[in-house]
Write a protein that binds this ligand. Sequence first.
Ligand code: SF4
Length: 330
Amino acid sequence: MKRIGIPHGLFYFYYYPLWKTFFEDLGWEVITSSPSSRLTIEMGIDTAVDEACFPIKVYMGHIRELCSCRLDYLFVPRLVSIEERSFICPKFMGLPDMVRALVEEAPPLIDIVVDMSKSRKGFQDEMKRLGRLLAVKRRDWERAYQHGLQELEFCRALAREGYTMAEAIKIWEGQPAPTMPEADLNIGMLGHGYAIYDPGISMDMINRLRRMGSRVLLPERLERKAVEEQAATVPKRVFWTLGRSMLGSALHLDQREDVDGIIYVACFACGPDSIIGEIIERKIKNKPFMFLTIDEHTGEAGMLTRLEAFCDMLRRRRMSICDSDLSSHG
Ligand code: SF4
């Protein structure tokens, strides 16, 4: 049985159920690196170039961990676009090249090109090419691919119920669903999924907010049509898929009566965040807004203090909103 490694980082949080199902249905053993830890981060920092953003560094740590697992292949797709007329950050296009250049001991890579910018068929065509490369019959890879899409949809449905994609994947793998603590606040949280759903990168910010009595609203939970409509209100169409989703989500949350505040989590050295975060900060008019930047040096205590202060401010604001003009920025 062939063994393939899938790193527990970046688009793992958006596509792992599809990839895992696809390879397992074809009779392969799928090995995943452990969830991000301090060791993963240290290995990533040692491996990646200094200019790389934090999630890319962490991803390199996952690659290093998988290199010690006796694998036949490592799955590092070259993501160009995951929807029509939109693109993913250019760092994803160069990911296989980065891995080959920086990790000498890496096993051979399977680096399919995912480009749906012109047509949704782009992904399917690439899976077909992969099926041929793996010498699998057309009927088998098609069945595996369709099965993978169904499993992915199962996880996305869980995310629409309020679980993070990381939690949805755990539930899909058979773990019990986490219980949500009582909440008196509704906070919208925006950021790249591979940053905010990875507890090692975000320092488990979502669960910390939940324990502080907040219901955390994530982009996957919002109605897609409403998000797209809001994103279309800016003069120039945002062509980054995740950036447009965050902008539309921020503007949508800003209009909702039931939302108390919005937090944007940016990654240090992220080009798209430096633009999208700035636009969102300027466009949010009605809700208290907090912009947090995280990197490998971010201290847990400082981050915790800011979250607590934000929640306290939201509660005070709610109490005094009837008889004061407290600014929406606290
Ligand atoms: S979008 Fe930002 S955080 Fe994501 S890979 Fe690109 S630079 Fe890194």
